[in-house]
Design a protein around this ligand. Structure first.
Ligand SMILES: Nc1ncnc2c1ncn2[C@@H]1O[C@H](COP(=O)(O)OP(=O)(O)OP(=O)(O)O)[C@@H](O)[C@H]1O
Ligand code: SF4
Ligand SMILES: [Mg+2]
Length: 363
C-alpha cells in the first residue's frame, strides 16, 4: 500500500474524474437486495446496495469475508444458486435490464461484453485442455470475428489470435506456452492465462474477484499491474473485488466499502483516504498494514459480521461493532448520502465534519 494514498494513488486527475462522472454509467445497480432461502433461515445477503461503473473506471469493492462482494457481483449477472432470490432494486448494463434479460441474452453478454476473472485460476481452467485451445474455445463460443479468417482458414486465424492474447498478457514464448496444460504452469502464469481468456473478446466490463489470492506478493503486484494497465489501455470498466483495502487503494479510482451486505461508504480513493467517514471504513484502515506499519500497532476491526439469518439484525448492520452506535442506528437504516465531492456515506454519526446534501445511488 502506498504510505500516503493522498499523494501516490494512481487515481486520475480531478478534470478526468469530472469528465468520467458526467458519462452515464455502463453498469448501474440501484437498491439491489438479495436473500437466500435456506433450511436454517433466510440469509439477507444484500440489502439495497447501489453501485455504478463508468467506462474506463476501476472501482474497488472492498469488505471483510462474507460481506457480500461476490454474491452481489454474480447475482447482478444472473449467476446465483437456486436458493437466491432478488427481492428488490435494479441492475442495468449499457441500458439492458439484467434482471429481466433472458438466459440467452445474459449468456451472450457474459464473456463477450462482460468478463470475469475468478480467485482460483487452476480450478477455473480445464485441466485436460492446452491453454491456447481454451482461449480459442472462448473466441469460437462468442463468434468473435477474427482477422485473417476471411479466406476460410478459421482454425489458423483463431490460433494466431490466441497466441496474440497470450502475448498481450506478457507471457513469454506464447507459441510454446499455448501447448501447455494448466498443471505445467505456475500459479501466476495460470492467472495470466485466465486474464487472456477473460479479455480475448475485448469486453467493456471486467469483474475481477480476488484475482491475486494465493499468489506471492511480487506475482500479485505483477498481475494487478497487468489487469489495470490493460483496463486503462482499453478503457474497460473494471470492478476489482477484494478484502484488501491496501491493494484497492493502490489500483482503484474509486472504492465502495461493503459491510454485512450493506454498502456503507463510496468515494474516490484519495477522498476516502483523506477522510474516511464511516466508522467501519476507519476501522478497516487501521487494521490495514502499509509498508512502514509496525504490525503490533494494527488494530483489528472489533467483533464479527452479524449472522445474516438473524431476524433481529440492527438497521445499521455495523451497530453491534460500532462505538458511536445510538438507538437510532439500531432501528433506522442510515441512507447512503452524498456530498458535492461524490463522497457517499451511510451513517447517522459519521466521522469528521460532513454536510450531506443529496441522497443518491452510488457506487
Ligand atoms: N448459496 C448460499 N446460500 C446461503 N448463503 C449464502 C450462499 N452464498 C453466499 N451466502 C452468504 O452470503 C453472504 C455473502 O457471501 P459472499 O460470498 O458474497 O461474501 P464475500 O464478501 O465475497 O466474501 P469472501 O471475501 O470470503 O469471498 C455470506 O453471509 C454467505 O454466507
Ligand atoms: S449508523 Fe450508527 S452504528 Fe452504524 S456506523 Fe454509523 S454510528 Fe455506527
Ligand atoms: Mg467472495
Amino acid at each position: 500500500m502506498n504510505a500516503d494514498p493522498t499523494v501516490d494513488s494512481p487515481a486520475p486527475a480531478p478534470a478526468a474524474r469530472l469528465a468520467a462522472a458526467s458519462q452515464p454509467p455502463l453498469l448501474d445497480v440501484r437498491d439491489f437486495s438479495l436473500e437466500f432461502r435456506t433450511r436454517s433461515g433466510t440469509v439477507r445477503a444484500i440489502e439495497q446496495v447501489s453501485l455504478q461503473l463508468r467506462k474506463g473506471e476501476i472501482v474497488g469493492l472492498v469488505g471483510e469475508s462474507g460481506s457480500g462482494k461476490s454474491v452481489l457481483s454474480y447475482a447482478m449477472l444472473g449467476i446465483s444458486d437456486a436458493a437466491a432470490r432478488v427481492t428488490g432494486g435494479s441492475a442495468t448494463f449499457g441500458g439492458i435490464d439484467l434482471l429481466k434479460a433472458d438466459e440467452g441474452t445474459l449468456a451472450d453478454l457474459r464473456g463477450r461484453e462482460i468478463s470475469m476473472i475468478f480467485q482460483s485460476p487452476r480450478t477455473a481452467l480445464n485441466p485436460i485442455r492446452p491453454v491456447g485451445r481454451q482461449i480459442e474455445d472462448v473466441l469460437r463460443r462468442h463468434a468473435v470475428h477474427v482477422k485473417g479468417s476471411e479466406g476460410g482458414d478459421l482454425g489458423r486465424a483463431m490460433h494466431e489470435r490466441a497466441i496474440q492474447a497470450l502475448r498481450e498478457v506478457a507471457i513469454a514464448d506464447p507459441e510454446r506456452r499455448a501447448q501447455a496444460y494448466p498443471f505445467e504452469l505456475s500459479g501466476g502464469m495460470c492467472q495470466r492465462v485466465m486474464i487472456a481468456i477473460a479479455l480475448a473478446c475485448r469486453p467493456s466490463l471486467l469483474i475481477a474477484d480476488e484475482p491475486t489470492t494465493g499468489l506471492d506478493v511480487t506475482t500479485q503486484a505483477a498481475v494487478m499491474d497487468l489487469i489495470t494497465a490493460l483496463a486503462r489501455e482499453r478503457q474497460m470498466a473494471t470492478l476489482f473485488i477484494t478484502h484488501d483495502l491496501a491493494l484497492a487503494a493502490d489500483y482503484c479510482d474509486r472504492i465502495v466499502v461493503m459491510h454485512a451486505g450493506q454498502a456503507v461508504e463510496a468515494a474516490p480513493t484519495r477522498t476516502l483516504f483523506a477522510q474516511a467517514r464511516h466508522p467501519y471504513t476507519a476501522r478497516l484502515m487501521s487494521s490495514t498494514p502499509g509498508p512502514e506499519t509496525v504490525l503490533a500497532s494494527l488494530e483489528p476491526v472489533p467483533g464479527n459480521l452479524p449472522d445474516l439469518r438473524r431476524t433481529d439484525l440492527p438497521a445499521c448492520r455495523f451497530a453491534e461493532r460500532c462505538e458511536r452506535a445510538s438507538a437510532r442506528c439500531r432501528s433506522e437504516r442510515p441512507p447512503l448520502l452524498t456530498d458535492a465531492d461524490g463522497h457517499a456515506t451511510a451513517c447517522w454519526h459519521p466521522l469528521g465534519s460532513v454536510r450531506l446534501v443529496e441522497e443518491a445511488a452510488h457506487g
